[in-house]
Ligand binder design. Structure first.
Ligand SMILES: NC(=O)c1ccc[n+]([C@@H]2O[C@H](COP(=O)([O-])OP(=O)(O)OC[C@H]3O[C@@H](n4cnc5c(N)ncnc54)[C@H](O)[C@@H]3O)[C@@H](O)[C@H]2O)c1
Length: 403
């Protein structure tokens, strides 16, 4: 039986046997080999490649990147893989089941929508999109598709989230009106956070600069911008898109929050005065319906408190540090006999969860809805900062995104 026939047969067998969350055109059996392609294999893409290579019965058969150095690096890790400068050639490959997208933020929308249109399952790095219109388009594309979509919000697979949800649902935390969260980093004097050296082979000959720009007006080839796209608004969403998104997604999931109703963000480029546009010092306030405020603050010039979230309930407090179990303390005024506890649920492997869902057609741990809600929170915050005022959800949706 050919591979395609085998899959068609399995599809028919599975369709008859079970109701699937996401019925698939190419149903994979539990032990079928999964074939994966990757778009954008830079820093994060290389991490994700390592994660996939550790899984059994998964093969990375192709990658696409606009920079020849990245293609050579990937080929040296997986000699058998095909490499492309144009991601559309990768999407043309009929025998790819799923695609991992780890390109810069401003291109996510294109890679997201085209991957689904090509009939592939999708692992899309966070933040899901660069703007609210992009987020709306991606949500609509995912909703009208039967593909499995996992957003690269890996903390959605954490045991801490399972434990936090349980303690919130069983009443141990009580009424929550405020969540505080923070993220902080530092670098040696003179070395800017996020700044990467430009390799000597990063030249106009080795890079498809127009493909990188993806319609942005910037004309001349600029290797610094290709490597350090995070520092510039036209490609980036700053630290809200890089880091707040993980925490806000986790908080939204833990408390089952809808979209924020308003955002206010202050701060500036205070510590990293190296020509970057995106702020290094940030204070965000997000209002949610039903009397809830989430605050997030961030600095790049002190890392003493690193990062964490505190869910402040009338009956108990949850403290969360990424990579660690959740901790709970009762509020003695309301739970005099309550006891402190530390969560016990183990983390799941987020990449493995995607691959398993490709086989089972179940909904993965970070579905498009959480990608969407966390992306909108990021975009509202940045719109507030750039417009220097509090922005409601309705106002944010009406604003035209600016580079
Ligand atoms: N989940 C996480 O913890 C985590 C961590 C780091 C980064 N990320 C996310 O991963 C994404 C990539 O970040 P990074 O640090 O790896 O960036 P990077 O610049 O190191 O890698 C991006 C790669 O995409 C390539 N590229 C650019 N335009 C392209 C195009 N049009 N088509 C194909 N390839 C293209 C670049 O050449 C580069 O190799 C971002 O969205 C970032 O937020 C997620």
């Amino acid at each position: 039986m050919t591979d395609q026939n085998r899959r068609t047969f399995l599809k028919q067998a599975a369709m008859g046997a079970a109701v699937l969350a996401y019925p698939s055109a190419t149903v994979l059996a539990a032990n079928d080999r999964v074939r994966v392609g990757m778009i954008g294999v830079g820093d994060r893409g290389n991490d994700l490649l390592g994660q996939v290579l550790k899984l059994s019965n998964v093969e990375v058969v192709a990658m696409a990147d606009v920079y020849s150095r990245r293609r050579d690096q990937a080929k040296s890790r997986v000699p058998g893989m095909q490499t492309f400068d144009d991601y559309r050639r990768l999407l043309d490959m009929k025998d790819i089941d799923g695609v991992i997208v780890a390109s810069p933020l401003h291109v996510h929308v294109r890679h997201f929508i085209d991957t689904l249109a090509a009939g592939k399952d999708l692992y899309a790095e966070k933040t899901m999109t660069w703007s609210i219109p992009d987020a709306d388009r991606c949500l609509a594309a995912a909703k009208s598709s039967d593909r499995v979509v996992q957003i690269g919000l890996q903390h959605e697979s954490s045991g801490a989230l399972v434990d936090a949800k349980r303690l919130i649902e069983d009443g141990s935390v009580g009424r929550v009106t405020h969540v505080e969260s923070w993220m902080s980093r530092n670098t040696p004097h003179g070395q800017g956070q996020w700044v990467r050296p430009v390799p000597s082979d990063c030249t106009a000959e080795n890079v498809d600069w127009n493909a990188f720009l993806n319609g942005r007006p910037d004309g001349a080839f600029d290797p610094f911008k290709l490597i350090n796209w995070r520092l510039f608004w036209e490609f980036s969403g700053g630290n809200c898109a890089e880091n707040m998104v993980h925490q806000i997604a986790w908080i939204i999931s833990a408390l089952d929050l809808p979209l924020p109703s308003a955002a206010y963000m202050s701060g500036g480029v205070f510590s990293e005065k190296d020509g970057r546009e995106v702020p290094d010092t940030i204070a965000v306030t997000l209002d949610f319906p039903k009397d809830m405020v989430v605050t997030w603050q961030s600095t790049f010039s002190n890392k003493h408190y690193e990062l964490g979230d505190r869910i402040l309930g009338s009956d108990g407090t949850l403290e969360h540090h990424f990579g660690e179990p959740i901790r709970y303390w009762p509020e003695k005024v309301n739970r005099p006999n309550g006891e402190s506890m530390t969560g016990t649920t183990h983390d799941q492997d987020h990449m493995k969860n995607w691959i398993e869902c490709m086989r089972s057609r179940a909904i993965p741990n970070a579905p498009v809805e959480i990608g969407y809600r966390s992306a909108i929170a990021v975009h509202m915050s940045n719109l507030s900062y750039r417009n220097k005022r509090r922005i409601t959800l309705e106002e944010a949706k009406a604003l035209t995104p600016e580079y």
